[in-house]
Design a protein around this ligand. Structure first.
Ligand SMILES: NC(=O)c1ccc[n+]([C@@H]2O[C@H](COP(=O)([O-])OP(=O)(O)OC[C@H]3O[C@@H](n4cnc5c(N)ncnc54)[C@H](O)[C@@H]3O)[C@@H](O)[C@H]2O)c1
Length: 431
C-alpha cells in the first residue's frame, strides 16, 4: 500500500482522487492534507482519519515537514500547480498533478524539467488515456485495423449546460483567473490525439471566439440573476432553476455541497451559479476549431463547441484500409473494414461516473507508477507537455491568425532557447 499527501481538497482532490483511497484501502492511504477551506479540511480529516497535526491550511507548512509519504497529489486550481509540484518533486515525492500544468508554456516546460532533474515522476491527470473507450480505439489502431491513418476529425461537444456551469458562471470562465478554454478543456483532446496516433504534432492553426455569452446577447428586460424576476426563464436554455434540475444536475454538489432543495435554491439566488449567463465576467471562447499536422502527413481537425445537446466526444478516424467512428457518451465504436465490407460495432463496458471510469483508471495507473518507483508510466510528463504546447500554440494561432510551428514555439518558450529533445516520450507506448 502506498501513502499520499493531498494538496487541495476540492472537487478533484477530495471527491475524485482521495475517494479512490477510501474505495481501495489496501492500495492507497492519504496521510496528510493541505486545504485552506475549513469545511473541506475537516471533511478530509474525518473521512481519512488524518490527525490534526497533519492537517494544514496551505501546502507550504505541509511540505515543510519534508517527505512523509510516497507521493503527493496536487489538486489546486490551474494557476497554483507549479510551485507545490516543484517543491514536492524536490523533496522526493512522486507527483500526481492536475491539468493544466500552468497557462504559460514556459512554466510548463520548467515544471517538466524540474521533474526530470528530481528523478521522480510527474503524472498529469490526462484521464482520458485511462478510459476503456479510448483504450479500445488505441488497441484497434495499434492492431492496424484501419491500415495507415490519414486523417482524424475529433469533436468535443461540451454541452450547453456544461459550458454555462463551468465556463460562463463557474471556475473556468475567465482565462486570466484560470486558463484559455483550449488548454483547460481540450488539453485532454490534444493528449488523446497524440496518444492514439503515436506521432508528434508539427504545426497548428486555429480560429474561435466567444460568440454568445456576452452582454450584447442578453434578451431585452433580462435581469442580473435568474431569480431577480427575469421574464425569460421559460424560454432561456440557461435558466439556472431548470439547468440544475435537469441537464446540469450532476454539478449540483459544486453549486452547493448541501444538496437539499432549500440550500440549492439559496445558492442559486445568491451565488455565482445563479448569474445571468449574459452578464458574467467570462472571457473564454464558446467555440474553437484547430487544424493540426502530425508527422507522416497525418492531418487532424478538432472542434470544441459549447452549443451541443450532449456532452461527448465524437471521433472519425480515417485510415487507408478502414474507418473508425466513435461516440464516447454512447460508448460506441464502429469499425468499417474496406476489404471485407464488414462493420463491427464495439460497445465498451464503461463504469458510471468519474469520467466514465477514467478517474479510477488514472489512480490505478498512478499507484503502479509509485509502487514501481517510476518504472511503469502510462503517460510521461514529456507527453503531457507536448499536449499542453499544442493547446497553447493553438491559442496563439487563434489570437494572431498565424500558423504556429510547434518546434519553434517550444524553443521560444524554453529557458535555454533551444528545443529540448522529446526524449523519454512514450507517445507510441501500448496500453
Ligand atoms: N483531470 C480532469 O479531468 C479535471 C476535471 C476537472 C478539473 N480539473 C482540474 O483540477 C484542478 C482542481 O479543480 P477542482 O474542480 O477540484 O477545483 P476546486 O476549486 O474544487 O479545488 C481546488 C482546491 O484547492 C484549494 N487550495 C487553494 N489554495 C490552496 C493552497 N495554498 N494550499 C492547498 N490547497 C489550496 C482550494 O481551497 C480548493 O478546495 C483544476 O486545475 C482543474 O482545471 C481536472
Amino acid at each position: 500500500m502506498i501513502t499520499a499527501i493531498l494538496i487541495g481538497a476540492g472537487a478533484r482532490g477530495m471527491d475524485a482522487y482521495a475517494a479512490y483511497a477510501l474505495q481501495n484501502p489496501g492500495r492507497m492511504r492519504v496521510v496528510a492534507v493541505a486545504e485552506p477551506r475549513q469545511d473541506r479540511r475537516a471533511a478530509m480529516a474525518r473521512a481519512h482519519q488524518i490527525p490534526p497535526e497533519r492537517c494544514f491550511d496551505d501546502w507550504r507548512p505541509l511540505l515543510a515537514l519534508g517527505k512523509i509519504a510516497d507521493c503527493c497529489l496536487v489538486c489546486t486550481q490551474d494557476r497554483q500547480h507549479v510551485a507545490p509540484a516543484e517543491a514536492a518533486l524536490a523533496l522526493g515525492y512522486h507527483v500526481l498533478c492536475e491539468k493544466p500544468m500552468h497557462p504559460e508554456a514556459k512554466a510548463c516546460i520548467q515544471l517538466v524539467e524540474a521533474a526530470r532533474a528530481s528523478g521522480k515522476t510527474l503524472t498529469i491527470c490526462h484521464v482520458l488515456r485511462y478510459s476503456p473507450f479510448f483504450a479500445a480505439i488505441k488497441r484497434l489502431l495499434d492492431e492496424g485495423r484501419v491500415g495507415r491513418v490519414a486523417a482524424v476529425q475529433h469533436i468535443e461537444s461540451v454541452g450547453f449546460f456544461h459550458q454555462a456551469h463551468s465556463f460562463v458562471r463557474g471556475n473556468w470562465r475567465n482565462s486570466h483567473e484560470s486558463s484559455p478554454m483550449i488548454l483547460q478543456k481540450s488539453c485532454h483532446d490534444m493528449d488523446i490525439l497524440l496518444w492514439l496516433l503515436g506521432k508528434h504534432c508539427l504545426r497548428v492553426s486555429s480560429y474561435g471566439s466567444l460568440l454568445h455569452f456576452t452582454p450584447e446577447n442578453a434578451p431585452a428586460g433580462s435581469t442580473e440573476r435568474c431569480y431577480d424576476g427575469c421574464p425569460h426563464t421559460a424560454t432561456c436554455p440557461y435558466f439556472c432553476g431548470r439547468l440544475y434540475a435537469e441537464e446540469a444536475a450532476g454539478f449540483r454538489r459544486i453549486v452547493c455541497r448541501d444538496e437539499s432543495p432549500a440550500a440549492l435554491a439559496e445558492a442559486l439566488k445568491t451565488g455565482p451559479y445563479g448569474r445571468c449567463v449574459y452578464r458574467c465576467d467570462n472571457d473564454v471562447v464558446d467555440h474553437q476549431v484547430v487544424n493540426l499536422l502530425f508527422e507522416d502527413g497525418i492531418t487532424a481537425s478538432f472542434t470544441m463547441c459549447a452549443f451541443t445537446a450532449r456532452c461527448t466526444r465524437l471521433l472519425n478516424i480515417m485510415g487507408t484500409h478502414g474507418q473508425i467512428q466513435a461516440d464516447m457518451e454512447k460508448n460506441e465504436i464502429v469499425l468499417s473494414d474496406f476489404v471485407t465490407g464488414n462493420q463491427e460495432k464495439i460497445t465498451v463496458r464503461t463504469p458510471r461516473g468519474g469520467h466514465s471510469g477514467s478517474d479510477t483508471g488514472l489512480m490505478e495507473g498512478f499507484v503502479r507508477t509509485v509502487e514501481s518507483d517510476g518504472a511503469y508510466q502510462r503517460s510521461s510528463a514529456e507527453d503531457s507537455l507536448e499536449s499542453h504546447l499544442m493547446a497553447l500554440a493553438a491559442e496563439e494561432s487563434r489570437l494572431t491568425g498565424k500558423t504556429v510551428d510547434l518546434e519553434e514555439f517550444r524553443a521560444r518558450h524554453s529557458a535555454s532557447g533551444a528545443a529540448p529533445q522529446a526524449e523519454g516520450s512514450r507517445l507510441a507506448q501500448q496500453t
